[in-house]
Design a protein around this ligand. Structure first.
Ligand code: SAM
Length: 274
């Protein structure tokens, strides 16, 4: 008998209409669904008409449950892995299961969909070509600040998950480490009734959240703009200096091309000087 497959299925982060037709079909087709909180997932499964058996999979029992799931897959059953919300494995259990299925010779396929970090990034308006996802920062302030300190010079946009209990303290710590003037975005309750996206400096965000208890409720993604790239800034300054010198003798396009080649600065950035 051919082995079954593990489907890793993303589910909505709030609005159940965000479940894709392909995800609904996969949830109906499998014999077994591994979920974090089987009661939490029940309404979603009822909505799509899935009659699959459910199995609770948590960080603490992932090893034992993985062995059971691998057995079912090798016996020919298809199994789904879902989280309470969003994409499994992203600050959620599942990587041990994925690894176990693959090591046993089974196939693992994604059914992609919502992820709070990516949904927040998509509306943040912060540079998004490169970013760092840090998941949850430590719960205690000392350890949290230490982790933030290690990220203080990071030039890529930083994305963290945060809970309602800690959002005020985390914003205060972020101000201490990154400075009140650092740009940020706080995305709250995405796709839900009280969805709010606050963009501004960390100081402005903290002031708004601190002044309104409603803004302290729900689920949060905090994005922090990257630190200025000192090397890139210095390279651009040198590019502009060389461009200005060459421009005295050459047409702008040629001067920019040469200045870019000499200094490594982007040619387009030099044109803006003219
Ligand atoms: N695997 C999930 C994903 O793909 O987004 C994340 C799971 S993690 C345990 C839960 C955290 O995700 C929450 O504490 C919050 O930081 C963030 N989150 C989940 N849903 C959200 C929403 N609708 N709006 C903002 N943040 C959300």
């Amino acid at each position: 008998m051919a082995a079954g497959r593990l489907w890793v299925i993303a589910t909505p982060i709030g609005n159940l209409d965000d479940l894709s037709p392909r995800a609904a079909e996969a949830l109906r087709a499998v014999a077994l669904i591994a979920a974090e909180d089987t009661r939490h997932s029940a309404p979603l499964l009822a909505r799509v008409g899935s009659a699959a058996r459910m199995l609770a999979l948590h960080e603490y029992n992932e090893r034992e449950q993985s062995a059971r799931i691998v057995e079912a897959i090798l016996a020919g059953s298809d199994v789904a892995l879902i989280s309470d919300a969003g994409t499994p494995l992203v600050s959620d259990p599942g990587y041990r299961l994925v690894r176990a299925v693959r090591e046993a010779g089974g196939i693992v396929s994604p059914v992609p969909g919502p992820c709070a970090a990516i949904a927040a990034l998509s509306v943040a308006g912060l540079p998004s070509d490169r970013f760092v996802f840090e998941g949850f920062l430590p719960a205690k302030s000392g350890a949290r600040r230490e982790r933030m300190q290690a990220l203080a010079g990071e030039t890529r946009t930083l994305i963290v998950y945060e809970s309602s209990h800690r959002i005020v303290d985390s914003l205060a710590d972020a101000i201490t480490v990154f400075g009140a003037a650092r740009e940020g975005v706080l995305a709250r309750e995405l796709t839900k009734l009280f969805e709010t996206v606050i963009a501004g400096t960390l100081g402005e965000i903290a002031a708004r959240v601190g002044a309104d208890p409603n803004q302290q409720r729900g689920e949060f993604v905090l994005l922090i703009g990257g630190a200025a790239d000192a090397d890139a800034d210095a390279q651009l300054a040198e590019g502009r200096r060389v461009f200005a010198l060459l421009r005295e003798e050459l047409p702008p396009a040629k001067a920019a091309k040469l200045a870019a080649a000499i200094t490594g600065a982007a040619r387009k950035a030099l044109y803006h000087v003219e």
